[in-house]
Write a protein that binds this ligand. Structure first.
Ligand SMILES: C[S@@+](CC[C@H](N)C(=O)[O-])C[C@H]1O[C@@H](n2cnc3c(N)ncnc32)[C@H](O)[C@@H]1O
Length: 246
């Protein structure tokens, strides 16, 4: 089965489950579904290990799903975006659940630059152990990511360094995932998207309470101090994401 066919099949099954359990998928049936069935359905040769690992982050994916219920319930305007796409795992999920919204995909699609990493190390924003996994982020491409999106026509690729790649954006946003691992990229994404966020929309910042990436927390805390009208809710997914809204 092609991965985007698998995704459409997953979404259909999720919708069926939701009609049985309208309060959301926080129940044993869907937990079994996500932990056991999705990984076996989903096979993308190059990306498979990543997918299997990430789909086990139940809290991260269920939280996204419930945030999207709220966006739909309030009928929020605005588009969606992910800054830090890598192989598109999380983006795919946004795309599958909000197919009618545009999804801007910001990444170098070639991993981190050594200049970015040196700066973080010099500022003590990275634990040395993170350096071992930096090279793996080169294992992606625009073509691979787009080929696994369930609704590729809604996706707009922004390849290169954020925020340079955001200069022409005019829209507002209801949901933005910020998953860039670094202080400077996180701060730039918060500063760019905060004034473009719809009321009751969400900025989801991955790794806020992650134990190797101190720069993310520094950037978020700085942003919250500078913008007291925004509030936040930390969540207990594997990398300690934080949700920002107003
Ligand atoms: C951890 S990965 C993203 C993982 C993805 N969100 C997921 O859940 O599978 C971090 C990505 O951020 C990208 N990145 C970091 N800073 C960036 C910047 N300033 N501009 C563009 N991409 C950036 C890197 O290239 C890398 O692919």
């Amino acid at each position: 089965m092609k991965s985007n066919d698998a995704y459409k099949c997953i979404v259909q099954l999720m919708n069926d489950l939701n009609s049985i359990h309208p309060e959301g998928n926080l129940n044993i049936v869907s937990r079994m579904f996500f932990d056991k069935i999705v990984p076996s359905l989903y096979s993308t040769p190059d990306f498979e290990d990543e997918l299997r690992l990430s789909l086990f982050d139940y809290t991260r994916y269920r939280t996204l799903e419930l945030l999207i219920y709220e966006i739909k319930r309030r009928n929020l305007k605005g588009e969606t975006a992910e800054v830090g796409v890598y192989q598109g795992l999380y983006s795919r999920y946004i795309n599958s659940l909000l197919p009618q919204k545009k999804l801007y995909l910001f990444d170098t699609f070639n991993g981190f630059s050594s200049a970015q990493i040196h700066k973080e190390v010099n500022n003590n924003f990275l634990k040395k152990s993170f350096l071992d996994i930096v090279p793996k982020f080169k294992n992606t491409s625009v073509e691979k990511v787009i080929s696994t999106m369930p609704y590729p026509n809604s996706c707009i690729i922004k390849k290169g360094y954020f925020p340079d790649t955001a200069k022409d954006i005019k829209e507002t946003f209801c949901l933005v995932s910020i998953d860039v691992d670094l202080y400077e990229s996180t701060k730039a994404a918060l500063v760019f998207f905060a004034p473009r966020l719809e009321k009751h929309g969400y900025l989801i910042v991955h790794d806020y309470n992650q134990h190797e990436l101190f720069g993310v927390k520094a950037a978020v805390n700085e942003f919250l101090d500078e913008n007291p009208s925004f509030c936040c809710v930390p969540i207990t997914d594997q990398c300690g994401s934080i949700i920002i809204t107003f």
